[in-house]
Design a protein. Sequence first.
Length: 305
Amino acid sequence: MLDSEKPIGIFDSGLGGLTVARAIASVLPNESITYLGDTKRCPYGTRSQAEVRLFVRQVGAWFAHRDVKAVIVACNTATAAGLDVLQSSLDVPVLGVIEPGARAAIQATRTRRVGVLATQGTVSSGSYPRAIHDLDAGVKVFQAPGSVLVEIVEEELANGPHLHQDWMSDKQIFDTPAVNAVARTAVEPLLGKGVDTVVLGCTHFPLLAPEIRHALGEDVMLVSSAEEIASELRETLRRRNELVGPAEAAKGTAGEPLYRFATTSDDITGFAVAGSFIFGHALDSIEHVDLDGIEALPDVPGYEA
């Protein structure tokens, strides 16, 4: 297989990374995608950095056997804990979501006071403040942990009430008094700080954007890294001459890219329903990845502890 015909690998702790997969499919409509959601071990944000780093190595070993041309670490917590592991051990480009999100926040803020709403693991790592200050040392950064929001998304979507619905066409699906109350509590550390831009530092959070925006105030801009990393990936593949154009795509079956999905969850049906809600169309090809199997894989090539 030519390098340009290989799929793009995307990894997340669960369903949230499908917001990134959707953006990539939109920006790069001719590219094939292989997505892995480590749903059984979700959420990552309440785990230790060492544990998440181990998970990243295991997922990296899984992708090393999948012949992908690039890997996107869509999970912010995994990016913070182990992006360097994959970048130093895999022989394809590995991109994380934190730097694109930081760059978008700097471009958006006028007050130069930026908030970061992320999981506890991402907040504790300090990755967003470092990434923002690497780009603009004068921006003040305020952080708020919101791991509970991940659990709300995963639990709500796992119940399967959203069959045949589409998140982008019905963004009020989580608009309930209970969710709004949790969102208000989660963003409280960012209030009264003069923040005009907030980075949604978890791929699950765009699903709750209306509730988060309402809690922060309508004059606060929300920034997601999904579109930013899709653009960065396009440029990376272009420079490597690995973009699939319309002519190459037409050589495939029915001229369509191949979207393959895998999950460590035991509930394939639930993953399919929730994933379709986020990704925007049916997940036709879903593989169950057994945790015992992924934990038994040889370590990522070239990794040194």
